[in-house]
Design a protein around this ligand. Structure first.
Ligand SMILES: Nc1nc2c(ncn2[C@@H]2O[C@H](COP(=O)(O)OP(=O)(O)OP(=O)(O)O)[C@@H](O)[C@H]2O)c(=O)[nH]1
Ligand SMILES: [Mg+2]
Length: 405
């Protein structure tokens, strides 16, 4: 759950879970059709092959205001097919509630049970007890001729004593009532005076002022002060600018600042994650990177001149190098099969070359092949990194104080 006190906004993640083909995607499609346009964003589906979900379906929803806070819901479905276990677990991460879509078909009883157990286990691995999370079980496909009576389903599947609803997602029946029930359970829990609940918003917003230090964001246990953030913005500008003489103090637009804050949040998350994994940047590795940067200059004087004009120090370069080293190490640790995922087939290279031919002038395929491979690799690496940061954000509590930026 992410709470933005400045915007008075709560964002909750709700996941539709359940066995393959039980009707999770259909639920989301119905929500998408029935909710008025201004209350929803685009629905994203990552599916192919006969429309089975391969990663997740996603739909952002605006469910109005509760106690002065705008409540946003991000709806996700998981792929139900047994062999997508790791994706299921990933999508579940950081969820604030679950709608378990059960198939009423008498032949599917075992699959329902398996899937609910799978949910319970995955939550446990994230340190969440299923009976402490808002869960609604939807008995779907009530229209099937061989649908089991609800009492039987209850007895066989609902050992959690979860709230239940009945639905025929294919016709839309029962879909919104299920969503409303789950949303109300989540919000009820939010309001039950837990730490960080919106009821304590006032106290939280007031806190920074009392300490005199103004904060722009809280990221899990770490706080980013405005003075630190401003310094970060200046240094990023000095590092990136092509100009030889920097402004004394660059004034950024709010949009630029928000982007920079976003990148800083990613970095803090990365540092927190690497700390938790016991990963430290290797000093020699950092110094090597700094030295190789220095080699771009003909002499020490030229490097000094470059740094002086940008009001940068060697420590600024070291910090940047440290960030790069840590990113590299975490990636290796989190994505041990990275080399595999960065393998580019000659078919991909050929396709890329074909569709970007114009950009290569009259150079032949063989002449540009290695540069194309580099480009595809860089893009894929960026995607993997984005994916990784998305995962980190999912499991984190991030508060942004827009008005302090
Ligand atoms: N008879 C009947 N069919 C339904 C109902 N709800 C969904 N279906 C059908 O069941 C099939 C699977 O639905 P999906 O929504 O794709 O199932 P899913 O749970 O997303 O499946 P995976 O993504 O593979 O896990 C589709 O053909 C739907 O039309 C229902 O209430 N009754
Ligand atoms: Mg699906």
């Amino acid at each position: 759950m992410q709470i933005n006190y400045a915007k008075k906004e709560v964002s909750c993640k709700l996941v539709y879970y359940g066995p393959g083909m039980s009707g999770k995607t259909t639920n989301l499609e119905v929500v998408h059709q029935k909710v008025p346009d201004h209350n929803k964003g685009e629905m994203t589906s990552i599916a192919t092959e006969g429309d089975r979900t391969l990663f997740f379906d996603f739909l952002p929803l605006d469910l109005g205001k509760i106690r002065g806070m705008t409540t946003k819901f991000q709806l996700y479905t998981v792929p139900g097919q047994v062999y997508y276990a790791s994706t299921r677990k990933l999508v579940l991460q950081g969820s604030d509630g679950v709608i378990f879509v059960a198939d009423s078909n008498a032949d599917k009883i075992e699959e329902n049970i398996e899937s609910l157990k799978d949910l319970e286990n995955n939550l446990k691995e994230y340190g969440v007890k299923i009976d402490e999370l808002p869960v609604v079980i939807q008995w779907n496909k009530r229209d099937l001729p061989n649908a089991l009576p609800v009492e039987e389903l209850e007895k066989a599947i609902n050992w959690l004593n979860a709230a239940t609803t009945e639905a025929v997602a294919a016709t839309g029946e029962g879909v919104l009532p299920t969503l409303k029930l789950a949303a109300s359970l989540i919000l009820e829990r939010l309001n039950s005076k837990e730490p960080g609940a919106p009821t304590s918003a006032k106290a939280k917003v007031a806190e920074p002022k009392e300490k005199k230090e103004v904060y722009v964001a809280n990221i899990n246990a770490d706080k980013i002060s405005r003075s630190y953030f401003n310094q970060y913005c200046q240094i990023q500008y000095r590092l990136a600018t092509k100009s030889n003489d920097v402004e004394d103090f660059k004034k950024f637009s709010t949009e630029e600042k928000k982007k920079l804050l976003d990148s800083l949040i990613n970095y803090v998350l990365l540092l927190q994650d690497s700390k938790a994994r016991g990963i430290q940047a290797d000093k020699d590795h950092v110094e090597t990177q700094v030295k190789s940067f220095g080699r771009k200059f003909k002499s020490q004087e030229e490097l000094d001149d470059y740094l002086g004009r940008r009001r940068l120090t060697l420590d600024n370069l070291r910090n940047e190098a440290t960030r790069n080293v840590i990113i590299g190490m975490v990636i290796k640790n989190v994505l041990p099969n990275i080399d595999q995922r960065l393998k580019i087939s000659s078919k991909e290279v050929a396709e890329y070359y074909e569709s970007h031919k114009g950009a290569y002038g009259d150079k032949t395929y063989d002449q540009v092949k290695s540069s194309v491979v580099g480009r595809i690799k860089a893009t894929r690496k960026k995607e993997l990194l984005q994916e990784f940061f998305m995962k980190l954000r999912e499991k984190s509590t991030i508060e942004i104080f827009d008005s302090n930026i």
